[in-house]
Design a binder for this molecule. Structure first.
Ligand SMILES: [Fe+2]
Ligand SMILES: [Fe+2]
Length: 295
């Protein structure tokens, strides 16, 4: 399939949700105030509640209790809230309600949350002060959003892809390229570009399987790659048939070298500590009533 035709199909925003379309419209304007954004978010109480819950959750680790969207915008920043709002709207409106049945969407959502948590934790442990690890959380949260699009818009092809992974042990991206001629990173990158996401987030999503190809920010894109791998190691991949690497494979990976060569002091000890924190986070997910947080 031609990638531009695929993007055009997904781009048809009004079919996704009015609120989501409104968030995109207002945040892409030159001048948008905190008030404009909070007003739109509040027009969908479900999304507003989820954003407040997320701002108060363990992913961010703030001591102060965030009680409203305006405060969340001040603390997390406009770009971060916009990205969270868009991520939640996409998952909420096109994914949990209307996706296919072959792909376990709750599993995929938990994988995304855990990857965001892991990427942020890794960044914090390396003393990454650039944005206190915040956009890394969102980067992890949306890294596999291309699969969400495939599940929603190219269900027949996506089912064939998952069957190739399941029955022939093929890597997901290879199966995607075989069936659709593009993979989920490229698809998501193109869609997020049209939706005017911040360039550094697009970069992370586009290159999350190949940080070495990223033109900028290789180390932070590498952290998303690594957090993804760590989710797989902990048995929290997005798809049950994806391979589970050994911890030693992570320590010895080329990505570890790439991250260190780009200036982040990541060590096996830090990864081990981060895996422990991710395990604690999984325990929280398991205890929550619907088996997922916070959607
Ligand atoms: Fe992926
Ligand atoms: Fe993933």
């Amino acid at each position: 399939m031609n990638i531009d035709a695929a993007v055009a199909k997904i781009e048809d925003i009004p079919t996704i949700s009015t609120n989501f379309a409104e968030i995109l419209r207002v945040t892409s304007l030159e001048k948008t105030s905190v008030r404009d954004l909070s007003r739109i978010i509040y027009s969908d109480q479900a999304i507003a509640t989820k954003i407040i819950k997320m701002a108060n959750s363990a992913y961010y680790g703030f001591t102060e209790q965030v009680r409203d969207i305006d405060r969340a915008i001040v603390i997390l920043g406009f770009d971060e809230i916009r990205s969270i709002a868009i991520a939640l709207s996409v998952f909420d409106s096109i994914y949990l309600k209307k996706g296919g049945t072959y792909y376990n969407r709750l599993r995929s959502w938990n994988h995304s949350l855990l990857c965001g948590f892991g990427a942020k934790t890794l960044a914090d442990s390396c003393g990454n002060k650039q944005d206190s690890g915040l956009s890394l959380f969102v980067g992890g949260l949306i890294h596999d959003i291309g699969k969400v699009f495939m599940d929603r818009y190219f269900l027949k092809e996506f089912t064939q892809i998952l069957q190739l992974v399941e029955q022939e042990g093929m890597a997901t991206e290879s199966a995607e390229r075989k069936i659709l001629k593009f993979d989920h990173g490229v698809l998501a990158g193109k869609v997020l570009e049209k939706w005017k996401f911040p360039p550094q987030l697009i970069n992370m999503v586009l290159y999350h399987h190949h940080p070495e190809h990223a033109k900028v920010d290789q180390e932070r894109t590498g952290l998303i790659f690594l957090a993804d791998l760590m989710c797989h190691q902990l048995g929290y991949s997005g798809f049950v048939h994806e391979p589970k690497p050994d911890v030693e494979d992570i320590f010895d990976s080329d990505i570890m070298k790439l991250i260190r060569n780009n200036g982040l002091p990541l060590t096996p000890e830090k990864i081990t500590k981060c895996l422990k924190k991710m395990e604690g986070y999984i325990a929280k997910i398991k205890k929550s009533p619907q088996g997922s947080l916070p959607i």
